[in-house]
Design a protein around this ligand. Structure first.
Ligand SMILES: [Zn+2]
Length: 237
């Protein structure tokens, strides 16, 4: 099934890995690697232990969507531009006006925090919707997001300072998924589509913290048909 997802997305990957956090229990998934042969998709032991196969599939599809949309590459570009252009430019302007510290601080806040978080939230919504397209199962992804929030004790709604959050809150993500997946989505989808047309990509893996409990046995990983497929898949797509 996962191999099919990767093929459907036109994505290649190197390996699927199980992350064991020991007594620190985190339900999470992430992806790394820009070059296909170095790409890794990670699932934590708590996620594998607690999620249904359909929910795991939704989470995997979300991570695969980050690869499909080249979010990692855009993130790298964001970092290069920030380091090679924005920071030196801010320093130059600061020296020009005799307030280097203030300009540097403002640049750091605006570029590396607000703008980065803004792009990251767009990418998360893109990945959610792409995951729905890949699986055709929006409710499984919604269920997975709810479970992530519960297991990791993450609030489902950010406050007014969510401009600094790298992920939209769960309520917004779930609303976005349901809008996208709604049968009569014409107007809704167009409205939301406008919002994600802005920049197209950058990455930020889905990371949220959990509470402590026991380790999940590694055999649980291979007991899931979805993961068996991806484990055997190797570099695919
Ligand atoms: Zn994500």
């Amino acid at each position: 099934m996962t191999k099919e997802l990767c093929q459907k997305a036109g994505v290649r990957y190197g390996q699927l890995s199980l992350l064991k956090y020991g007594n620190v229990r985190i339900a999470n998934a992430m992806v790394s690697g820009i070059l296909p042969c170095f790409r890794r998709i990670y699932l934590t032991d708590l996620l594998v232990e607690k999620f249904t196969p359909e929910e795991v599939q939704g989470v995997l599809a979300h991570e695969i969507a980050h690869l499909k949309k080249r979010h990692l590459l855009w993130l790298l570009g964001f970092g290069i531009v920030g380091t090679a252009v924005i920071s030196p430019l801010a320093e130059y302007i600061g020296l020009l006006y005799g307030s280097a510290e203030i300009i540097s601080l403002l640049t750091f806040i605006i570029y590396w925090s607000v703008l980065f978080s803004f792009c990251s939230r767009i990418f998360e919504r893109q990945a959610d919707r792409c995951a729905v397209e890949l699986t055709g199962n929006p409710e499984a992804l919604v269920s997975a997001l709810n479970k992530l929030a519960e297991l990791n004790f993450v609030t489902k709604k950010w406050g007014k300072w969510d401009i600094f959050q790298s992920h939209p809150d769960m309520e917004k993500r779930i609303k976005s998924i349901r809008q996208f997946a709604a049968p009569a989505w014409g107007e809704d989808r167009q409205a939301v589509g406008m919002e994600i047309i802005v920049p197209t990509q950058i990455i930020v893996p889905t990371l949220q913290r959990g509470n402590a409990s026991m380790d999940a046995p590694a055999s649980r990983l291979t007991s899931l048909p979805i993961l068996n497929t991806i484990s055997r898949g190797g570099i695919s797509g």
